[in-house]
Design a protein around this ligand. Structure first.
Ligand code: GDP
Ligand code: MG
Length: 424
């Protein structure tokens, strides 16, 4: 079996966690390769219902090793809290089934402060950050002004490094924002309370992965967010600060030579978007409220109501292209069962012209959705487990999407539970 990446095709919250939890049955290792604790991957299985933020969604499978790769934003405080929450639900979490790359950069407490300070300064021009410190963290990583997890094993050198970083960061905190400065005592507390706790999980996970590969182990790479939030290919600046695309998985995982044979792109049967930025297919009013309620579209991390709309074909086709998806998992089809007529955003129109391709981000503000309607099926499909068992209208809807995006839809998810799946 070839290695696989599970990635989001849209704006995130497509149901990646749910698909990783299902498909890890066939894999030995799951690696989160980018992003941070701003993710909300909801997983429902025999162990309960969980909203994971940084932990890989393979942690519920006995025998599966979960890795946080060098590409993630490693927040020791929030990770430690998340480990406790998951452990308290009876899930085994030890250095045997959770490994943190020694090359993962650490998200410092001041990154969260800076995220909040900047969003507040921007006021009505804000980016819609989850305020988890992700953007300040990645900026500092690429400025080489944060700390690697492996440095925790060199305390004397770490102290000197932290002293230099604190001096520099305080210039910004105080000078630019007039905010509270960090002291050595504050950082010592943070080191003792959180960094020391996660130390047993830190190792050379790149070495572990390359040895596992030689032994013929199968690896699944788990992404956060979706194509349209990718820093290079998404709707910049309303993106995240890392690459959410499968092409980044080899770099961010610690296995730079990885050959990913299967890219499973997760597409939601309708659109949702959290935060600010252009969202061409957005629905408003009662129609939006009904879909939001039916799909329970409230952020797992923030509780924020998600913006909703019909499936967006131009955006989804573009998402499939940038992920180089080889197969699709279409999720939440059951949510549409209440609709008499199902809207689809078939195309974008800009200045009277139909666009052939998803446009440059700045042009999105002026794009209008071209909406087409499909017949609804108006019955509960959540118990259906075979393609043939689906109502004719549901099949037509799926086949139409498949044709438009040019990628085979292999999985159809009809409920949040692990087993609520149709495999074609
Ligand atoms: P992720 O960030 O891509 O992992 O997705 P989220 O977990 O943030 O959002 C997906 C939400 O939909 C979660 O609450 C899931 O439990 C739920 N979900 C996933 N697949 C299905 C499905 O097929 N049907 C329904 N009704 N809910 C689903
Ligand atoms: Mg999510």
């Amino acid at each position: 079996m070839s290695d696989c990446a599970i990635v989001g095709i849209n704006w995130g919250d497509e149901g990646k966690g749910r698909m990783v939890d299902l498909l890890t049955e066939n894999y030995d290792i799951v690696v989160r390769f980018q992003g941070g604790g701003n993710a909300g991957h909801t997983v429902v299985n025999d162990k309960g219902k969980f909203a994971l933020h940084l932990l890989p969604s393979g942690i519920f499978r006995d025998g599966v090793v979960n890795i946080l790769g060098n590409g993630v934003a490693l927040d020791p405080e929030n990770l430690w809290k998340e480990i406790q929450t998951v452990k308290n639900s009876g899930v085994e979490l030890t250095p045997d089934n959770l490994k943190i790359s020694d090359r993962a950069s650490i998200l410092m407490p001041w990154h969260r402060d800076l995220d909040e300070l900047e969003e507040n300064r921007l006021s009505d021009k804000k980016y819609g950050s989850t305020k988890q410190g992700i953007a300040p963290f990645y900026s500092d990583k690429y400025q080489k002004k944060t700390v690697l997890c492996g440095e925790l094993f060199y305390p004397d050198k770490l102290k000197a490094h932290l002293a230099d970083l604190t001096e520099w960061k305080n210039l910004v905190l105080k000078g630019v924002y007039g905010a509270k400065e960090y002291t050595k005592d504050m950082l010592d507390d943070w080191l003792n309370n959180y960094c020391e706790k996660i130390k047993p999980f830190i190792c050379d996970s790149g070495d572990y992965l390359s040895k596992a590969k030689k032994q013929g182990k199968n690896i699944l790479f788990e992404a956060q967010l979706g194509s349209l939030r990718d820093i290079d290919y998404g709707i910049y600046p309303y993106t995240t600060s890392s690459n959410t695309t499968a092409a980044y998985a080899p770099i961010g995982s610690g296995l730079p030579g990885a050959q990913i044979g299967t890219v499973t792109g997760v597409v939601k049967a309708y659109s949702t978007c959290v935060g600010e930025g252009p969202f061409v297919c957005e629905m408003f009013g009662d129609e939006a409220e009904a879909l939001r309620k039916e799909g329970n579209e409230y952020g797992a991390k923030t509780g924020r109501p998600r913006r909703v709309g019909p499936i967006d074909i131009p955006a989804t086709r573009y998402g499939v292209e940038v992920q180089a998806a080889t197969e699709i998992a279409l999720t939440k089809l059951d949510v549409l069962s209440y609709m008499d007529k199902i809207p689809v955003c078939r195309e974008y129109e800009l200045n009277g012209q139909i666009l052939e391709r998803f446009p440059f981000p700045t042009a999105l503000d002026d794009c209008k959705p071209v909406i087409e309607y499909f017949d609804g099926w108006k019955c509960d499909i959540s118990g259906i487990r075979t393609w043939d068992g689906l109502p004719k209208e549901a099949k037509e809807y799926v086949l139409y999407i498949e044709k438009c995006i040019g990628c085979p839809i292999k999985y159809i998810s009809v409920g949040p539970e692990r087993e609520s799946i149709i495999i074609r």
